[in-house]
Design a protein around this ligand. Structure first.
Ligand code: S3P
Length: 414
């Protein structure tokens, strides 16, 4: 969605997913990798607060942040979930003032919905299985709380139903979902039972992706200072074909662990593994070092392109690429068409340590390796960022840990 927005708005930027289970690492990486900004999701929306230098009003009131902008070394947090849910309703012709809403759930999304509605004159009732959590939100935003047992009675007095629970089963009986009701289910990944029942009951159903879209539009505004190209973003968001690629490609600088991580991933996911450098050596019956020395880098790059083309034509394969593969636009196009592309990132210190006294890499056969690596990283980082869907920082992580994190990310979101 963001990539489409940047294209439509002629913004020279990339948006990628950062794989991490550690909020410290995220805040640190934002600075060292010089992000311009980032979005964060549960459970980090609250945990990021201690790392911020400043916050906007919605973030302060909701106690949660989903958008962070890094400018002049300062991290500023915003909460665009609040405007996101409001816009999703308003843009679909729902008037708010004086209406009654029932919000199900008590997590970050429910908080944002409650705040968005209360501040527009909606009278909000919250419901959650653990009532204590709902009471906490209610106290902060002056809403009512009702126990889940009285849903049918509450529904009689509800104009807008917002579900912020991720359960597969709908909490709302089917016969409560009738024509005059507006229903927004924040759970947008698949067709939810609530959405199905609400559609059957002829309610006004607003797709959960509209909330995702408008929180993204708000983030775009903070990142770029420009008005968001909403239609281009919506088209990208609803394009299901953009997901579920058949291969996984690993890219990144020498020494970031592409081959070792690839082996672990292949074993864990029961997928095939193609290491492009190994393929080149096998097909040419000579080593990379010899190819560089005898035929030159240009010949090596032609062989690399051929092997990437062949690997991208397979399916169910982990493809470990050589560090320079992304310099060739044809390779990037081919990989992006066929694979979820994962960038293994590492700092210079880690790279130096990992390549150690292995002198078989022709491009690192130089006196001052540190400066050479720094120079190459300056030239390549942008290529890695533009080519990938997901980035993972590998400093201090073993290959099996990196593989595990990639698996988690791919199974939950890509
Ligand atoms: C190269 C990286 C090497 C190999 C060749 C060129 C590069 O692969 O393809 O020496 O340009 O960075 P690894 O990244 O697997 O070491």
């Amino acid at each position: 969605m963001f990539r489409a927005a940047f294209r439509a708005g002629s913004v020279d930027a990339v948006y990628l997913r950062f794989a991490s289970a550690d909020v410290n690492e995220i805040a640190r990486a934002a600075r060292t990798m010089q992000f311009h900004g980032f979005n964060i999701t549960s459970p980090y929306k609250e945990r990021i607060l201690p790392f911020l230098d400043d916050m906007d009003e919605a973030a302060r009131r909701s106690g949660a942040v989903n958008t962070v902008v890094l400018r002049n070394g300062r991290l500023t947090g915003f909460n665009t979930d609040v405007e996101g849910v409001r816009e999703a309703l308003l843009r679909h012709g729902v008037t708010l003032r004086g209406k009654r809403a029932l919000v199900l759930g008590a997590g970050g999304a429910a908080r944002a919905a409650a705040l968005a509605l209360v501040s527009r004159g909606v009278s909000v009732t919250l419901m959650n299985r653990t009532i204590k959590r709902a009471q906490k939100i209610a106290a902060a935003f002056s809403c009512r709380v009702a126990p889940v047992e009285v849903i049918p009675r509450e529904m009689e007095n509800t104009d807008i139903l917002i579900s912020c629970i991720s359960e597969g089963r709908s909490m709302v009986p089917r016969d409560c979902l009738t024509r005059d009701l507006v229903v927004l289910d924040a759970h947008y990944r698949e067709e939810s039972p609530l959405k199905r029942d609400a559609t059957a009951g002829k309610c006004t159903v607003i797709d959960g992706r509209e909330w995702l879209l408008f929180q993204g539009a708000g983030a775009f505004r903070h990142f770029t200072g420009q008005e968001p190209p909403v239609s281009a973003m919506r088209r990208a968001l609803y394009d299901d074909g953009a997901c579920a690629k058949k291969n996984i490609a690993l890219i990144g600088f020498m020494g970031t662990g592409k081959s070792a991580v690839g082996r672990h991933l292949a074993e864990n996911l029961k997928m095939a593994h193609i290491d492009i450098d190994d393929e080149i050596e096998r097909k040419s019956a000579s080593s990379i070092t010899d190819i560089f020395r005898d035929l030159g880098e240009a010949s090596f790059r032609r062989m690399e392109e051929r092997q990437i083309d062949a690997a991208a034509g397979t399916s169910g394969t982990i493809i470990s690429c050589g560090g320079g593969a992304v310099l060739n636009a044809a390779n990037v196009d081919r990989l992006r068409d066929s694979a979820t592309v994962v960038w293994l990132n590492a700092g210079v210190g880690t790279i130096l340590q990992r390549v150690g006294d292995d002198w078989s890499r022709p491009l690192l056969d130089v006196q001052d390796r540190r400066s050479e690596i720094e120079k190459m990283l300056r030239l390549r980082t942008d290529h890695y960022a533009r080519a990938c869907d997901l980035v993972i920082n590998t400093d201090g992580k073993r290959p099996e840990e990196v593989a595990g994190r990639i698996q988690d990310e791919i199974s939950t979101s890509l």
